[in-house]
Design a protein around this ligand. Structure first.
Ligand code: NAD
Ligand code: TYD
Length: 345
């Protein structure tokens, strides 16, 4: 598709969406070289790309995006001309338990990338989220021009990063673009997130902790559609612009849970309504016409995306079983121990 060779620094390339993007990009852009730059937090796993590390067009650098000297060294040393920033702390519940690291990585880290890009004259594409728009009332779909109204520490840190990225375009003319993705599902998503948590709990015969009434609405988009959306913006997006990436169709969390259970033959009696998440956004919904106008269309309906993801967890126990041991157990107990003990139904 793209003929001009690129050397791309993919930050957060060992995480869920980043690793799917790296796999997609290497397969579809045979002239390009990808350097994965990742701190390897609890959410980053080299095994997400285990089949690809022998590829001469893929390199790994371990580092923190908030560490300016190491980011600069990676960009200069590998002659990078494009940074795609996936690196972030990404889980709302973790941001409620321990918010400061979200500012360190999502705000300061993005700012450091912008400074390095400005110094070296690089293009930067930033991955953002629909959560920056906050709760969306029934009947409305967020447009890229809507005001930002984040409500969790995670969403607030992502909104701050978006505004820094836009400020660098306005102030310095830095060639930047932003995509705001809907809830992604698919292979290699950490089991702290809803769909892999429910799928792996169902496979283990454990309770599925649904927050509150489960009638919150999300656009569960397939990660590959997110990857092609980012690709479209990298190839045809306008500098300084923001593009929403999702299907534009929502379902309730209970509908999502039912798809997971049906797909895995799980017992519906495993569903437990537990104490809600504080500040839980009731609905996200985006208008994706701006990206469609560039020729992009999603391939998966959210129903198929959730079913496809659930099947992947059934077929890839090797990947998630070790993750659910170790520190994840402590997190699970902290997040759900009390909730499951005092369940409301
Ligand atoms: P993830 O948590 O699976 O992966 C994050 C990756 O970033 C990990 O590999 C981690 O090691 C790395 N990382 C964290 N802090 C770092 C730091 N300081 N320096 C370098 N690397 C660091 O996240 P994800 O779900 O793949 O999300 C990727 C991006 O997409 C994030 O920016 C997130 O906000 C955004 N996003 C996610 C979703 C979703 O549904 N998962 C939806 C929309 C947007
Ligand atoms: P999540 O995957 O954490 O994404 P986000 O909060 O960024 O949308 O959660 C998706 C939805 O599922 C959200 O409405 C919260 C809900 N949820 C539960 O009901 N129970 C859970 O244990 C988790 C992790 C999420």
């Amino acid at each position: 598709m793209n003929t001009k060779p690129q050397k791309i620094l993919v930050t957060g390339g060992c995480g869920f969406i980043g690793s799917n993007f790296v796999r997609y990009w290497l397969e579809h852009h045979s002239n390009d070289h990808v350097v994965v730059y990742d701190k390897l937090t609890y959410a980053g796993r080299r095994e997400n790309l285990q089949d690809l590390w022998s590829n001469p067009r893929l390199t790994f650098v371990q580092g923190d995006i908030a560490d300016q000297a190491t980011v600069r060294e990676a960009c200069v040393g590998h002659q990078i001309n494009l940074i795609v920033n996936f690196a972030a702390e990404t889980h709302v519940d973790q941001s409620i338990l321990g918010p400061l690291v979200f500012t360190d990585t999502n705000v300061r880290g993005t700012h450091v990338l912008l400074e390095v890009a400005r110094e070296l004259g690089l293009r930067l594409h930033h991955i953002s989220t629909d959560e920056v728009y906050g709760h969306i009332a029934a009947g409305h779909q967020s447009a890229e021009t809507d005001p930002l109204a984040p409500r969790s520490p995670y969403a607030a840190s992502k909104a701050a990063a978006d505004q820094l990225v836009q400020a660098y375009f306005i102030t310095y003319g830095l060639p930047v673009t932003i995509t705001r993705g809907a809830n992604n599902v698919g292979p290699y998503q950490h089991p702290e997130k809803a769909v892999p948590l429910f799928a792996t709990n169902a496979l283990r015969g454990e309770a599925l902790p649904v927050y509150g009434d489960g009638l919150q609405q999300r656009d569960y988009a397939h990660v590959l559609d997110h990857c092609t959306g980012i690709e479209t913006v990298l190839l045809r997006g306008q500098p300084g612009e923001v593009y929403n990436v999702g299907t534009g169709e929502e379902m309730t969390n209970l509908e999502m849970v039912n798809i997971v259970l049906r797909e895995l033959g799980g017992d519906p009696g495993l569903v437990r309504h537990v104490q809600d998440r504080p500040g839980h956004d009731r609905r996200y919904s985006m208008n994706v016409n701006r990206l469609r106008a560039l020729g992009w269309t999603p391939q998966y309906h959210p129903r198929d995306a959730v079913a496809h993801a659930a099947r992947w967890y059934a077929q890839n126990r090797w990947w998630w079983e070790p993750i659910r041991e170790g520190t994840f157990r402590e997190y699970y107990e902290r997040q759900y121990g009390q909730r499951l003990a005092e369940r409301s139904s």
